[in-house]
Design a protein around this ligand. Structure first.
Ligand code: ARG
Length: 572
C-alpha cells in the first residue's frame, strides 16, 4: 500500500513538467470516501508554476493519465484529479501482506536497532498506585511496544519515586502512630493513612514538619535505623505495585528510581558548579532560568538536601552514559510540564547536544464522576480495585454469553483488563477525561470489549470454515479478490492496508490512541460487512475471498490490540 502512493506520485510527476515527485507526493490526498477515488491530487499549487487556471491543469492532467494502465479510472472534478485503483489488485496485495506477515504485520525496521528509553509509570513508594498513575503506565507500556515494533531497541524504566522529604514525614508518622502488623497486612493503604494523618496533625503542630525534615536528613546521611524503615516501606510497596503490573502484563527493564541517584548527585552538582550554572539564593543553590522565562530551578536546599530536579538531571546524564539513547522519553502528567522544560533547558546549558533527544510526553488528568483525586486528602481510587472490579463486572456480563465454563476466568480477566486499558488509550492523551464504568464496559460502543468481541467473531467464522481457513492462513490457497469489490469491504481492506502507516504515525506522535481509533474503525467496518453479507456462501471463490478478509481483519485487530497491551480472545 505504501508503494502505491509512491508509484502514483511518480506517474503524476512524469506527466508534469518542472514539478518534482517529492512535491507531488506531499500534495496527494486521501478522500474520506472511496466513492471519490482512492487518491486525489489538487492542482491549486500548480497554477502559479504553469500560469494556468487550476481547473484547466487538472483537466489536462486527467486526460494524460487516463490511459495509464495502473489505474482503473482517472476522473477530473474541478481542480482535482481523482484516481481509482483496481480494487481486486489492492485487495490481493493487502490480504497477501497480512497473511504472509502474520503477527509481524505492522512492524517495520525504521528504528534500525537504535536505543530508545521509555520511562513510565514511576509511582511513589508508600503512596497508592491510584487511577491517576494508570495513564502513565498504560500509555508508556504501549509506546514501548510501538517503538519495539518499529525496530528500536527499547529500554523500559520505572523511575520510582522512592526518595525525598515525604519519607521523613512517613517515618515520623509510623513511629508516632503506626505498627508493623498493619503495614505488613496492607502496606500501601496503611502507609497512606499515616501520610494523611501526618498532614492533619501538622496543621496544628508545625514542629512535626521540622521533625520530618530532620528525619529525612538522617536518611540522606545513611543512618541505619532510618534507612531500614525506608527500605522496608520500599519493599512492601513494590510488592503491591508488582501485583498491578502482573495483572496488566507489564514488565520493566529497570527500576532505577530516585534513590538510585543519591550517590551520583555530588558529581553532577560539581559539574553544574564548574560550568558556572549554580548560584546561591537565600542559602540555597539554584540555576537561574530567567533568561528563558522560567522560574529558577532549586538544586539544593539550605539544609543540604537535594531535590526532585537534581535527581532528574543526574538520571538523564546517567542514562546517556549507560544506554547512549537515541530518544529518552518521559511519560509523565502535564502538571509537570514546567519541570521538564527546566530539566531539558539545564541539560542544554550544561552543553549536552543530546538535550533535544529528551522528550516529555505529557497527558491530561483522570477524574472520577464525583470529582478529582488528591493523595493528601486520601480521596483516591486504587488501581488494583478498579482492575478487580472490571474483571468481576465483565465476568457477570460474559457468563450470560456462550463462553465455555473453563474459559470464563481467563476471558473475564482479558476482557476486564483490556476494557480499562482501551478506555485509557481511546482519547488523545493530552485530554482530561472522566472515568466512567458505563463507558468502559459497554460492549457496543467504541470500547475494548467491542473490538475484542469483533476479534472473537472473526475467530468463530474461521473455526466454522475449518480446513479451508487453515489452508488460507498457511498460504496454500491464494484467494481471488475480484469476487469482492463492494464499497464496504473495500473500505475495510484499505483500512487494513493502512495499518503499518498508522503504527508509524502513532510512534512519531507518541499517541497510542491513533491505533485505538484505527482498530475501532476496522472493527466497525468488519461488522458492517458481516451484517450485510453471508460469509460462508456456496460459491467457493467468493467464500474464500470473504474468509481471507475475515482472517486479515482478525490478524490486524490482534496486532493492534497487542500494541496497546491488550489480549485478543478467540471466544467471548
Ligand atoms: N514519581 C513522580 C510522580 O508520581 C513521577 C516521576 C516522573 N519521572 C521523572 N523522571 N521525573 O509524580
Amino acid at each position: 500500500m505504501k508503494d502505491q502512493k509512491k508509484e502514483l506520485a511518480a506517474a503524476i510527476a512524469g506527466a508534469l513538467e518542472n514539478f518534482e515527485e517529492d512535491k507531488v507526493a506531499q500534495l496527494i490526498e486521501t478522500p474520506p470516501d472511496s466513492a471519490m477515488g482512492d487518491y486525489a491530487f489538487p492542482c491549486f499549487k500548480l497554477a502559479a508554476v504553469y500560469h494556468k487556471a487550476p481547473q484547466k491543469i487538472a483537466e489536462e492532467l486527467a486526460e494524460k493519465l487516463r490511459g495509464n494502465g495502473a489505474f482503473a479510472d482517472v476522473k477530473n472534478v474541478n481542480a482535482y484529479v481523482n484516481f481509482f485503483m483496481n480494487r481486486a489488485d489492492v485487495g490481493g496485495s493487502v490480504i497477501g501482506d497480512v497473511i504472509a506477515e502474520g503477527d509481524d504485520y505492522g512492524k517495520s525496521d525504521v528504528g534500525g536497532g537504535r536505543p530508545v528509553i521509555v520511562e513510565f509509570s514511576s509511582p511513589n513508594i508508600a503512596k497508592p498506585f491510584h487511577i491517576g498513575h494508570i495513564r502513565s503506565t498504560v500509555i508508556g507500556a504501549s509506546l514501548a511496544k510501538i517503538y519495539k515494533a518499529l525496530g528500536y531497541d527499547v529500554i523500559r524504566i520505572n523511575h520510582l519515586g522512592d526518595y525525598g522529604t515525604q519519607f521523613g514525614k512517613m517515618i515520623v508518622a509510623y513511629r508516632k502512630w503506626g505498627n508493623e502488623e498493619d503495614v505488613k497486612r496492607e502496606p500501601i493503604k496503611t502507609l497512606l493513612g499515616y501520610y494523611v494523618k501526618f498532614h492533619e496533625e501538622a496543621e496544628n503542630d508545625p514542629s512535626l514538619d521540622d521533625e520530618a525534615r530532620a528525619t529525612f536528613t538522617k536518611l540522606e546521611n545513611g543512618e541505619k535505623e532510618e534507612v531500614e524503615i525506608w527500605q522496608w516501606f520500599r519493599e512492601e510497596s513494590l510488592k503491591e505495585f508488582s501485583r498491578v503490573y502482573d495483572m496488566l502484563g507489564i514488565e520493566f527493564d529497570s527500576y532505577a528510581g530516585e534513590s538510585f541517584y543519591s550517590d551520583k548527585m555530588p558529581r553532577v552538582e560539581k559539574m553544574l558548579e564548574d560550568k558556572g550554572l549554580l548560584q546561591e539564593s537565600e542559602g540555597a543553590q539554584i540555576v537561574d532560568l530567567s533568561d528563558y522565562d522560567m522560574p529558577p530551578a532549586l538544586i539544593k536546599k539550605k539544609d543540604g538536601s537535594t531535590l526532585y530536579i537534581t535527581r532528574d538531571i543526574t538520571a538523564a546524564i546517567y542514562r546517556k552514559e549507560t544506554y547512549d539513547f537515541y530518544r529518552n522519553i518521559y511519560v509523565v502528567a502535564s502538571q509537570q510540564n514546567l519541570h521538564f522544560k527546566q530539566l531539558f533547558k539545564i541539560i542544554e546549558l550544561m552543553g549536552y547536544d543530546w538535550a533535544n533527544q529528551c522528550i516529555h510526553v505529557p497527558f491530561g488528568m483522570v477524574s472520577l464522576e464525583d470529582g478529582t483525586m488528591s493523595t493528601r486528602k486520601g480521596k483516591v481510587v486504587f488501581l488494583i480495585d478498579v482492575l478487580n472490579k472490571s474483571v468481576e463486572k465483565t465476568r457477570e456480563i460474559i457468563a450470560e454469553k456462550n463462553v465455555p465454563e473453563e474459559l470464563l476466568d481467563k476471558t473475564a480477566h482479558d476482557v476486564g483488563i483490556g476494557a480499562v486499558i482501551f478506555q485509557e488509550l481511546s482519547n488523545n492523551r493530552i485530554k482530561d477525561y472522566t472515568f466512567s464504568w458505563d463507558k468502559v464496559l459497554n460492549f457496543d460502543g467504541e470500547t475494548g470489549p467491542y473490538v475484542q468481541y469483533t476479534h472473537a467473531r472473526c475467530s468463530s467464522v474461521l473455526r466454522k470454515a475449518g480446513r479451508e481457513a487453515d489452508e488460507l492462513l498457511a498460504g496454500n490457497i491464494t484467494p481471488d479478490m475480484s469476487k469482492l469489490t463492494g464499497d464496504v469491504v473495500y473500505e475495510l481492506i484499505k483500512a487494513i492496508g493502512r495499518f503499518p502507516d498508522v503504527v508509524l504515525e502513532a510512534g512519531e506522535k507518541y499517541e497510542p490512541s491513533i491505533i485505538t481509533r484505527h482498530i475501532t474503525d476496522i472493527a466497525e467496518l468488519f461488522n458492517k460487512f458481516y451484517h450485510d453479507e453471508h460469509i460462508l456462501v456456496e460459491d467457493r471463490d467468493e467464500r474464500l475471498a470473504k474468509l481471507a478478509v475475515t482472517a486479515a481483519t482478525k490478524q490486524t485487530i490482534k496486532n493492534g490490540l497487542a500494541l496497546l497491551g491488550i489480549v485478543a480472545p478467540d471466544r467471548m
